[in-house]
Structure formats: structure tokens, C-alpha cells
Design a protein around this ligand. Structure first.
Ligand code: S3P
Length: 204
């Protein structure tokens, strides 16, 4: 059993320490990671556990524009999508007691990284996994007729190049990183709550 699983199974036996969020003065948890990382699924469950609101950045953009994400890409291009994304992010970060799932490309934009770093009481969590795992998860999701297409996954080689370029950005932005490769949604939420509840590591 690796350390990550050990941590998550241990934490499953205890109630999530929501008071720890207050002690850590957190009012926003933001989930980042590549497509297929589980940001939306994990975010929904995490928000439920905390009694907070769940927000999904892609869904906010769709609600604000009345257009599905693939249509925005097809009709207006990725640059325009990124502008809408920054606007939706700024609006979302104005709210408190939220779990916010970013889009996989949100951290590519400097303005977005600054917004996330400079909003008080906000911690970003990186849901990490290898590219092959993420790609397989996305392919499995794509067979669901209710799933939204992912334009930036259409070309697998280009998607892998984006993955490699984004990894350092996800890492730098995150206060917490959870390796989700071997974890279920439940286990990921448990591992994340355990990390947030743990006292900060003391510097040597
Ligand atoms: C994108 C990821 C998508 C969505 C858009 C672009 C990307 O969000 O924002 O299709 O560039 O990685 P998910 O990560 O929720 O799939």
C-alpha cells in the first residue's frame, strides 16, 4: 500500500474535520489539474462534505454565455474562451464557502494564476495523475452521451504536449497535491480533507 492510500484509508475512519478549514482560515478550495483529473466529480463530493457550494468554471462560462464550451471554441476560438474564463474566475472568487473546479487550461493564463494566488482565504489543490491515466478516463467519459466534448483532447499528441507544459504550473499554484492515480473519488476527498486538516509542516 503506498503512502497516499494509507493516508486516505486512515482518514476514512474519522469524520472530516471541517473546523480545520476555519483554523486554516480557508473560505475557498479550488481544484486544478488536467482534463480527466476528477475536478468536477471530486469537487461536488467535497462541497457536499463541507456544506459549501460547488462551482464548476466551465458550467459558469456556459451559463454566462448561453453556449456550450465546444461551441465557444468552434465559433470564437480558444483565445476568446480564455477571456471568458478569466471573467468567470474573477466572479467566482468573489464568493465564499465554495469549492471551485477549474478547467484544465485555466492556470495557463497569468491573470488567472495571479487571481488565484492573491485571493485571500483560498487554497488551490492539484489533482495529479499520469497522462495515460487521465487520457483513458477522458475516453471512458466520452462514451457517456451526456458528457461535454473536450476540444483540446482531439489530438492526443498535442494534448500530451499541453499536459507536459502545464504540470509545472499546476504544481506551483497548488498548496496541496493529491496523487489520484490509484484513488476513488471518495478516497481522494478523504485524502484531501486529511491534508487540509493536518497542521502545517514545520520548517527545519
Ligand atoms: C480545457 C479543459 C476543459 C475546458 C475546455 C478546455 C483544457 O475543462 O475548460 O475544454 O484546455 O484543458 P476540463 O478540464 O474540466 O475538462
Amino acid at each position: 500500500m503506498n503512502a497516499q492510500i494509507a493516508e486516505s484509508s486512515a482518514s476514512q475512519t474519522t469524520e472530516p474535520d471541517t473546523a480545520a478549514l476555519g483554523r486554516a482560515r480557508l473560505r475557498r478550495l479550488v481544484l486544478t489539474g488536467f482534463m480527466g483529473a476528477g475536478k468536477t466529480t471530486v469537487g461536488r463530493l467535497l462541497a457536499e462534505r463541507l456544506g459549501w457550494d460547488f462551482l464548476d468554471l466551465d458550467a459558469l462560462i456556459e451559463a454566462r454565455t448561453g453556449l456550450a464550451v465546444p461551441s465557444i471554441f468552434a465559433e470564437h476560438g480558444e483565445r476568446h474562451f480564455r477571456k471568458l474564463e478569466s471573467q468567470a474566475l474573477a466572479a467566482a472568487l468573489g464568493r465564499s464557502n465554495i469549492v471551485l473546479a477549474l478547467g484544465g487550461g485555466t492556470p495557463e493564463v497569468l491573470t488567472n494564476r495571479l487571481l488565484l494566488e492573491q485571493t485571500p482565504a483560498t487554497a488551490t489543490v492539484f489533482l495529479d495523475a499520469p497522462f495515460s491515466t487521465l487520457y483513458d478516463r477522458c475516453m471512458m467519459q466520452a462514451i457517456n452521451p451526456n458528457s461535454t466534448a473536450r476540444p483540446n483532447l482531439a489530438d492526443p499528441a498535442a494534448a500530451q504536449a499541453r499536459f507536459l507544459a502545464r504540470q509545472p504550473l499546476y504544481r506551483r499554484l497548488a498548496r496541496y497535491t493529491i496523487d489520484t492515480a490509484e484513488l476513488s473519488t471518495e478516497e481522494t476527498v478523504a485524502a484531501l480533507l486529511a491534508r487540509v486538516a493536518a497542521p502545517p509542516a514545520r520548517r527545519p
